[in-house]
Design a protein around this ligand. Structure first.
Ligand SMILES: N[C@@H](CCC[C@H](N)C(=O)O)C(=O)O
Length: 279
């Protein structure tokens, strides 16, 4: 495997979902190639390609494919809703189908393409118990003892959601890092700020764990919609306006469904020297 990489380099696709951008590596038919160092190097927007997350596609014997997610700081994430939608679209096109199953750290998920071209994924049920989010101690996850009275929801990854009068006015870089690394979150957390802009309609902005400000966050949209419903602000079907586009969340009996646009921007190849220098 390494011989082929050292000779021909490492092909990748650049994709995004509502502006949340990804490098996608297809490792089906070979062993996974990603390491924290290589992920950090590829994610560097000055010295590498740049991404919010990297998604590595793997072979699965129990689903159509497997998927592993890396943040740009080299940490792994248990969920990535927008990347899941983008990669599912790619795999569906390759298989000539309009629905697929995939295995992630969270278990087996289902994705499907809608008639309007958007892609939906069932992200599974929300995690509301403090131990599942996870949190460091037993607290009311609907009202955390932190600034801004946030809600904690897990979606295979942790989320801290604050409801504010105007999400546009939030200084994400000033407030986000403090929540991300608050000791109440032993695995750090993603941080969402949301305001109600209409019936079942939210404006949301996000500071992502291991990445920083992103234009959208799929698992974050799911967590925010669940938190809004639990707080009595919306129904179970919510439209969320992120900085990079519109996402829809539908909390159904079988799980939290995330729907939105997908785009494949360009394909590229990481040079053999780049891969060898950073693996
Ligand atoms: N942008 C993703 C979330 C990616 C992982 C997150 N930064 C984490 O560390 O949990 C999404 O669309 O869900």
């Amino acid at each position: 495997m390494m011989d082929s990489l050292s000779q021909s380099g490492l092909p990748f696709m650049k994709m995004h979902g509502a502006g949340n951008d990804f490098v996608v590596i297809d490792s089906r038919g070979r062993g996974a190639v990603m390491t924290p160092g290589l992920a950090r190097a590829i994610g560097d927007r000055n010295r590498g390609v740049g991404f919010d997350q990297l998604a590595e596609i793997t072979t699965s014997d129990s689903a159509d494919f497997g998927l592993v997610f890396w943040n740009s700081d080299g940490s792994q994430a248990g969920a990535c809703g927008n990347a899941t939608r983008c990669v599912s679209d790619h795999v569906m096109r390759g298989l000539g189908v309009d629905r697929v199953t995939l295995v992630t750290a969270r278990g087996t998920l289902r994705a499907e393409r809608l008639a309007d071209g958007r892609v939906s994924v069932n992200m599974g049920p929300p995690q509301r118990d403090w131990r599942e989010v996870p949190l460091a101690q037993a607290v009311d996850t609907l009202h955390l003892p932190l600034a801004g009275d946030p809600v904690a929801i897990g979606m295979g990854n942790p989320h801290c959601i604050r409801f504010v009068p105007d999400a546009e006015a939030v200084d994400l870089a000033g407030v986000g890092p403090g929540h991300e690394r608050d000791p109440l979150f032993p695995q750090r957390t993603n941080v969402e700020f949301a305001s109600l802009i209409g019936p079942d309609h939210l404006r949301m902005r996000v500071w992502e764990r291991g990445t920083g400000i992103t234009l959208a966050c799929g698992s974050g949209a799911c967590a925010t919609a669940v938190a809004a419903h639990l707080r009595g602000l919306t129904g179970r079907h919510v439209v969320l306006e992120a900085d990079g586009g519109t996402l829809e969340v539908d909390w159904r009996e079988d799980g939290v469904w995330l729907t939105g646009p997908v785009a494949r921007v360009f394909d590229g190849v990481l040079s053999p020297g780049f891969v060898a220098a950073h693996r």
